[in-house]
Design a protein around this ligand. Sequence first.
Ligand code: ZN
Length: 498
Amino acid sequence: MPVSESTWSRLDAIWAEIADIEHAEAVLGWDEQVNLPPAAAAGRGDQIATLEGLVHARLTSPELADLLARAEAHPDLSGARRAWLRAARRRQERAVRIPADLVLEMSRAASAGFAVWQAARQAEAFPRYAPALARNLALARAYADALGGPDRYAALLGVHEPDVDLGRVEQVFAELRAALVPLVDRVLAAPPLSRAAFDQPVETGRQLAVGRDAVTAFGYDWARGREDLSAHPFSVSFGPEDCRITTRVDRDDFAAAFFATLHEAGHAIYEQGLPAAWGRSPLGQACSTAVHESQSRLWENIVGRSLPFWEFFAPRLAAEIPEAFGGFGAEDLFRAANVVRRSPIRVEADELTYNLHVLLRFELERALLADDLPVDELPSAWNAGMERLVGIRPESDREGVLQDVHWSQGAFGYFPTYTLGTVLAAQWLEVADRGSPDLWAQVRAGDFSGLLGFLRREIHGRAATVTPDELVRAVTGGPLDCGPYLRYLREKYRVLYG
Ligand code: ZN
């Protein structure tokens, strides 16, 4: 006997409510980062926490547990319904471990921490931020303990990446570090590339206009999106019909806003490609945080820092801002986009040093969670780690420990997904390249439909019907693998630096 229609319709209705509340929460979160007056932080924290509590109550209700058990007991489920139940069960199992009070407290602390971080970053005053960070850290420990398992960090990582265990993350970082450190040394021993094209003042509105032009060509749909300014660039989705991006502009560094826009649009293009019919179901989600990041890194770096992209875009840039870019050709801009340097800011780092920035955060947040590093000592540990891994000492905490938003919002165990996503992006590209030999000729002509079609078909369209491990095996035929990424980097920097 099939699962009764009323069971499914009630499950669908509960999940539609959960999705609606979460999207409303995301609107408040977007507004918090884009528009909020300084005095409104505490009130906004309460509003978001209330919605978070409503989601938690639905996820932990006896009714949902009963409906899920009844549906799961049936032997003859379709593949789609089995995937639905697996995705829903994962959320429900996690939620029932977490006390409602902790959910509310974490949510309020995240909003408060964000406001304090913004002010402390502005004032370059880590001591102002330290108490908020300590509070988030204590809550993250309590959250990890509630999730259970032998290791707090592994528990938090598992929230973002269910299929990649901590040991595998350590291996990935070890493999990348062993390959990247000597490669960075070799590249920096070669004659430097010129970054002159990007190191000149360009007015904010014109920077934004060319960024919009580029992501429109990629396929970002403005009827279902918009762009705003924020302290830390991000993307957010309120369902497949409303997938927004933000950026920040540095008048004297064209690359900062331009590549942040490409990056965030990569995230938003993924969200726009999730099947609309699943927008209010557990299937209409990203497959994992790393898979999400693989989309942004692919558009920002593999496409946006490629020679074929600049062969397409250099003439447009020169036409739109001739006084700044009229004298620069595709090769100049390709090289400027790939200058390797020991620089303090992660989101502005080149592809070779980027993962070393992430490794630093991975090491530090593990030490913080394990109580091996007191919060007060974090800035000096940060600076020492930057010197050891990237080879530069930040000149201020704004360029150092205060640069990233994540810990201010209580997001621990998140950073490794940046590196895993970077590795996955190269794996996707190898498959796309093999399937379509004229992919780069299309990019050179400003036609991104071949690549976008591949991503829509292979990744976006599958949404959360697969786990991340199933996805990488379905697309590439094998597991997560650093090989394609290292091959891509070696070939690219051989061309650039000889
Ligand atoms: Zn990202």
